[in-house]
Design a protein around this ligand. Structure first.
Ligand SMILES: [Zn+2]
Length: 307
């Protein structure tokens, strides 16, 4: 199983860790998009980070990480559901020129105006309740540094991230220092656990992250440490778009607006930014939609999974 997220704590030490690696899921997320290599790298690092953050926090709901860029990349979005279903997309500015070695700063923070927003949307959100959103500037040279900064502000906990991505896989390591001694006196004896474990993790290179399975990375980095493991998780790609959702979007636009598109173009076509699935509605579909308030009497047919 190449798509895996491992969670563990260091035995009797106030530090917890996670290692994630995605191949199949990541390749499915990007296969229809043809992103330039530097964009792939940044989006892949965000995808690995979203999976790490989502499974690190105690929260039942979805996590969305968005970068609004001021450079050649306008928008990067990664969504992660509580069971680690992920999807991701990037929007480039028209005519954007991207150098092969462009980093985060060049892509999304050219004039220091780039922002990263992290939204937590509870599964059982009450009517009228807003999702929680935190926004940080893109300080540092990498998304890992920007997110460490975010976690320090939002969770008040020291965290370190190591991330890597290419067209084949995306991967990452997260360590987080747990508060105080957690009431466990024994922790006080391991006073340098944070310095020691982060120094070990910092020996990982991007090449190693991209090359090895999550268990191998964990073993190689922390073979001298005793780890208490949780059940491994399996991140996967799944788009949440469907003909029904697009139908509801068209309903919210109103019949006059949709009819005018039909008059002009013959069909209304919507392509999903995440999976590239295309949904077309012709005059008959639109008439049926506004007559019945739903797209299909046979039910909500999900968009075809991309192959
Ligand atoms: Zn989709």
């Amino acid at each position: 199983m190449t798509d895996r997220l491992l969670k563990f704590t260091f035995h009797n030490a106030p530090v917890r860790g996670e290692v994630v690696r995605m191949e199949g899921a990541w390749q499915a997320m990007i296969e229809h998009h043809g992103y330039p290599a530097p964009v792939l790298r940044l989006l892949g690092e965000m995808t690995a980070a979203a999976a790490l953050l989502a499974s690190n926090i105690k929260f039942a709901g979805s996590l969305t990480m968005q970068i609004h860029g001021d450079g050649p990349v306008k928008l990067l979005v990664v969504e992660c559901q509580p069971d680690l279903r992920l999807r991701a997309t990037a929007k480039l500015r028209e005519g954007a020129a991207i150098a092969d070695d462009a980093g985060m700063r060049d892509l999304v923070n050219a004039s220091g105006q780039g922002r990263c927003a992290i939204t937590l949307d509870p599964t059982d959100r009450l009517p009228g309740q807003q999702p929680y959103q935190g926004i940080v500037g893109l300080e540092g040279d990498s998304i890992a540094q920007a997110l460490e900064n975010y976690m320090r502000q939002s969770e008040q906990l020291d965290s370190r991230l190591w991330l890597a991505a290419d067209a084949h896989c995306c991967a990452g390591v997260l360590l987080q220092k747990l508060p105080g001694d957690g009431g466990r006196a024994v922790l006080a004896t391991d006073t340098d656990a944070w310095e020691r474990t982060t120094a070990l993790a910092a020996t990982i290179t991007a090449e190693e992250l991209l090359k090895h399975a999550a268990d191998t990375i964990t073993r190689r980095l922390f073979w001298q440490e005793r780890l208490d493991h949780y059940r491994p998780l399996k991140p996967r790609f799944e788009c949440r778009c469907s003909r029904g959702r697009i139908g509801r979007m068209l309903l919210s636009l109103g019949q006059d607006e949709v009819d005018s598109i039909i008059t002009e173009l013959g069909t209304v076509e919507v392509t999903c930014d995440f999976c590239n699935a295309r949904q077309a509605f012709d005059a008959i579909d639109v008439a049926q939609l506004f007559r019945t308030g739903s797209v299909n009497p046979m039910g909500d047919i999900p968009a075809a999974a991309p192959h």
